[in-house]
Design a binder for this molecule. Structure first.
Ligand SMILES: [Zn+2]
Ligand SMILES: [Zn+2]
Length: 429
């Protein structure tokens, strides 16, 4: 048995890694399965090795693919009102959008629900399989790990699932919506995909593919203070003049160049898009020949007046509060990293983690509109089409997600040690 699968061997045996959130160089003890290791400086989880990780990833990943196949093969949702019945498959969700010319919305749905998850699942499964087959080309493995790190934040199957539930509530006064066989398969797909994501650890994967990172640096300070660079992608630590990571090949910087400027530019762009997203209708409902547009806020007020308070609050939070709060939080973090401040770095980093975590949930309303469009297509009697605000609202979400990604959280910690106490003391000696 080789590399980590042995009985008494360590599952993770990299010695040194740099934290991508605070730039602190950590010395990692050999870890066995079931153990996790947190950054000694900021507490960010650097490595977590689940028990029987390879077998469990295989199991969860393959079952997720099976569930997706089932979810695609049978009716997904049923819709009935006044004696008219209609049932749609998951594939209809796409075909209806495409046939009405909503190409961008169709593309977003297919990327978030199918393309990115499939890229992720196939990469993970290929990697776990390849660890036991040494003849496999190393560059294919490297590409796969890079892919899964890039694609992971854009997997939105769970958000889509909540979108379906919101759509059910929205339509409940107008029609009966029934959950068909494929819906339950889709739930299985969502749960198994999320399970796979929690089992995947990028550092463990890199360790299996490329072995240890260089282990000469001294510990207990940031990589920058030692003239080193920590790779944001794989956690390896390199010499300060390196342009590309030795291990994963990604371009590396001690601090992302123009991070604050890029983040601020993306935030301004998202604020600009926020205006049309709220002014124009996000959905157009035709009922008995008359078409009524509704904006995001209009949808929230309608749900509230119908007494669906929890769903109204979910949409209000996801579509109105979260995007604005995210812009405010990131602007404040940019301000805090631009002007030195020594206070409450832990709180700031927590705020940063929350903004990264909740951003994608704003997609709920976009998914609700897509689901209702595919479901409610009965000509003049009753039909629903996306309004112009869908695209600007999607742009708001994508731009704020990109803003959170381009922000370099290591800048927040820099102020803590800018003229670090120990280096000042050394100078005085
Ligand atoms: Zn850290
Ligand atoms: Zn790297």
């Amino acid at each position: 048995m080789s590399r980590g699968f042995g009985m008494s061997h360590y599952v993770f045996h990299e010695n040194i890694t740099t934290c991508e959130e605070c730039d602190f160089v950590n010395s990692i003890p050999p870890l066995q399965s079931g153990e996790r290791f947190r950054c000694q400086h900021c507490g960010h989880v650097l490595v977590s090795i689940h028990k029987h990780v390879a077998a469990r990833i295989m199991g969860a990943g393959l079952s997720a693919l099976l569930m997706l196949a089932l979810a695609m093969s049978f009716p997904f949702l049923g819709f009935s009102t006044n004696g008219i019945e209609r049932s749609v498959t998951l594939f209809n969700t796409l075909s209806v959008l495409l046939s009405h010319g909503y190409l961008v919305l169709g593309a977003i749905i297919s990327l978030a629900l199918f393309v990115f998850p499939l890229v992720y699942l196939f990469s993970v499964l290929f990697l776990v399989w390849s660890f036991q087959h040494k003849e496999v080309l190393n560059f294919a493995q490297r590409y796969c790990i890079r892919w899964l790190v890039v694609v992971q934040p854009w997997l939105m199957v769970d958000v889509f699932l909540v979108g379906i539930l919101v759509a059910l509530v929205k339509m409940s006064s107008l029609a009966d919506i029934s959950l068909k066989l494929s819906f339950w398969a889709f739930c299985g797909y969502v749960i198994l995909l999320l399970k796979t994501i929690t089992l995947v650890d990028k550092r463990w994967f890199w360790n299996q593919v490329a072995g240890k990172a260089a282990d000469h640096p001294m510990i207990d300070t940031t990589a920058k203070q030692q003239g080193l660079i920590g790779c944001h992608f794989c956690g390896a630590t390199q010499l300060g003049n390196a342009k590309h990571c030795d291990r994963c090949g990604h371009s590396i910087n001690s601090r992302r160049p123009k991070s604050i400027m890029t983040t601020v530019a993306l935030l301004i762009a998202s604020l600009v898009m926020y205006i049309p997203a709220n002014v124009f209708p996000i959905m157009q409902t035709t009922f008995l020949g008359s078409t009524e547009p509704s904006t995001i806020m209009g949808g929230v007020l309608l749900l509230w007046s119908l007494g669906s308070y929890p769903v109204a609050l979910i949409i209000l939070f996801a579509s109105v509060v979260i995007p604005l709060a995210k812009v405010l939080a990131l602007s404040w973090l940019c301000w805090q990293s631009y002007f030195p401040s020594h206070r409450q770095t832990e709180q700031k980093i927590k705020l940063y983690r929350i903004t990264e975590l909740v951003g994608r949930w704003s997609m709920i309303d976009v998914f609700v509109v897509a689901i209702l469009t595919s479901l409610v297509q009965m000509g003049n009697f009753m039909s629903i089409l996306p309004g112009p605000a869908v695209l600007s609202f999607t742009a708001v979400i994508v731009l704020t997600m990109l803003a959170a990604m381009t922000f370099d959280p290591r800048l927040l910690w820099d102020k803590d040690d800018a003229p670090s106490a120990s280096s000042l003391a050394r100078r005085e000696e």
